[in-house]
Ligand binder design. Sequence first.
Ligand SMILES: NC(=O)c1ccc[n+]([C@@H]2O[C@H](COP(=O)([O-])OP(=O)(O)OC[C@H]3O[C@@H](n4cnc5c(N)ncnc54)[C@H](OP(=O)(O)O)[C@@H]3O)[C@@H](O)[C@H]2O)c1
Length: 275
Amino acid sequence: MKAKISQKRLAVLGAGKIGGILLRAFLKQGLISPKQAVATVQHSERAQAMGQELGIPVSTDNRAAARQANIILLCVKPQTVREVLEEIRGEVNADKLIVSVAASVPTPYLEKYLAADVPVVRAMPNTPCAIGCGMTGICKGSSAGASHVEMARALFETVGRVVVVDEKHMDAVTGLSASGPAFLYIILESLAEAGVKVGLPRDIATLLAAQTAQGAARVVLETGDHPALLKDGVTTPAGCTIDGILELEEGKLRVTLIKAVVKATQRAGELLFEK
Ligand SMILES: NC(=O)c1ccc[n+]([C@@H]2O[C@H](COP(=O)([O-])OP(=O)(O)OC[C@H]3O[C@@H](n4cnc5c(N)ncnc54)[C@H](OP(=O)(O)O)[C@@H]3O)[C@@H](O)[C@H]2O)c1
């Protein structure tokens, strides 16, 4: 599938934070060559700067970009999706694939503004895609077939892991893994502060926190063991970890994290309808 993608032309419409991350990563990984990529942004000065930086054509012309592409990655804000779809509608047909990463925007909404048979895949990546360690949830629209899902999967697998989910779970994916890096950065920042509080230099405290988080996450991923079981393995009877855990429980860390993901998930369902 990667070989297939390398023969396609990719247009990233709305190459801002996440669009830029994905575009840079695809180019860096060699999934697509600069000759096969085009991108758009809203402001012409940004287009010029980005074009120079990446060595690809970057413009403000969505129609022209969509015309040239086989795969169109839609990375604008939810409220801008309709406007861009209406713009590119005449340039898109059943031979192309639209992949939208816009939070809150369901596939029936995307399909409503395109011709009936245009294949659409909705994706929700996260910012660690920048270093090939991303997490992306994808689901398909009504005209997309297995080959379109596989193409989207291959695209995002070059920048991390991919899960295919039912569309009803996409807001939850948004609240957990797309917002999640922000929650985890706050946890890492707090652990580093804690290290400073107990006397460690800040750079060492940050390294200890981040490497520990990475190690714990990799153990969960690689063993498949339940996190509670792994936590028990660190918790020596009458040792120091259990004292720390008591503080976490008293501070309601669990319920706070659960509530953060629930709120972010709820919010993910609202963005489209805001101006
Ligand atoms: N950030 C994340 O972690 C993340 C993760 C997953 C999904 N998403 C989704 O990705 C989308 C973009 O989020 P973001 O954080 O990347 O926002 P962002 O940095 O503001 O990027 C939006 C981009 O869209 C461009 N744009 C605005 N109007 C346009 C138009 N009419 N035609 C073409 N380009 C246009 C902007 O151009 P200028 O640069 O010229 O202003 C900007 O580059 C959202 O729908 C969000 O839900 C974000």
